[in-house]
Design a protein around this ligand. Structure first.
Ligand SMILES: [Fe+2]
Ligand SMILES: [Fe+2]
Length: 280
């Protein structure tokens, strides 16, 4: 079990964001804005899933997971709060969040399909956490993704990335501890990937349209470089994405060294509020 530290993030989120805050690049700003729009609702699902999973465990198994689950919940709750503040700026700039209501509709659908069965929720959470761990590793190892961004905003995204990398095993291990099977783990991963990527594309396009940048050649040049160029997200990580479908996959095989380094070097910016044990 890994020790997950709950931290505060000491960055200024009162000062308004520049409209194209990510280095003046319309595509990168629109795509990261879209991701941020999904986080408050999505991360609430992760929190609830881990809570449901933990409640189902008993005895030594529960004791084994308790501290890690509390750390996970604390980290995701902080991410939610920070991204809510970030999203308030986007709303003031006239961007409209269409992703969040779609997440709420899917939650209702999953409730109808599986009720409160924690394994279904954890399979969805573990799948999404694989996608966020990929994104996290990419941001931490490819500084060009946040090139030219204001330091406070770059810190925000790298802090979130580092904690995503740090807790990438929690939902997966809990799913396994509850006897979740491989068939449903893979099936729900494919479903989550489909919904996540189509929602990301739709919200990014909408953000670009609101920004007046949808039909500019420079936007699509940046989109190509960001996703499919030599340092592009899809090009660098499709094999890592695919690994989730293998029976011997475990999220610990991802490289967490950059995340550990970032957190160690920025302890003044993201100091611990408590350890999981202290929070218990
Ligand atoms: Fe998060
Ligand atoms: Fe997460």
């Amino acid at each position: 079990m890994s020790e997950l530290v709950i931290r505060r993030l000491l960055v200024d989120l009162k000062t308004p964001l520049p409209r194209r805050w990510n280095g003046g690049d319309a595509f990168r700003s629109a795509m990261f804005n879209a991701l941020s729009m999904s986080f408050p609702a999505g991360e609430q699902v992760f929190i609830d899933s881990v809570r449901k999973g933990l409640a189902r465990l008993e005895g030594p198994a529960r004791e084994r997971f308790e501290a890690e689950a509390r750390g996970f919940i604390g980290q995701e709750a902080t991410h939610r709060r920070i991204h809510q503040l970030f999203n308030e700026h986007l709303e003031k700039q006239g961007f409209v969040n269409h992703w969040e209501p779609r997440i709420h509709r899917r939650i209702r659908r999953l409730e109808k399909m599986s009720g409160q069965e924690p394994r279904a929720w954890l399979a969805v959470t573990a799948a999404t956490e694989h996608l966020t761990a990929i994104l996290a590793e990419h941001l931490l190892t490819h500084p060009q993704q946040l090139e030219g961004a204001e330091p406070r905003l770059r810190d925000l995204w790298l802090w979130h990335s580092s904690e995503e990398s740090e807790h990438r095993c929690t939902a997966f291990d809990l799913y396994r501890a509850l006897g979740g099977n491989e068939k449903w783990r893979r099936r729900l991963f494919l479903m989550v990937t489909w919904h996540f990527s189509t929602d990301l594309v739709r919200q990014t396009l909408h953000n670009l349209w609101r920004d007046g940048a949808l039909w500019r050649l420079s936007t699509w040049r940046s989109a190509w470089a960001t996703l499919f160029g030599t340092a592009g997200l899809v090009r660098c990580h499709w094999r890592t994405w695919r690994r989730y479908l293998d029976a011997d996959f475990h999220p610990s095989e991802g490289d967490g060294t950059q995340a550990e380094r970032w957190l160690a070097e920025h302890s003044d910016l993201a100091p611990p509020v408590s350890t999981p044990r202290a929070a218990a």
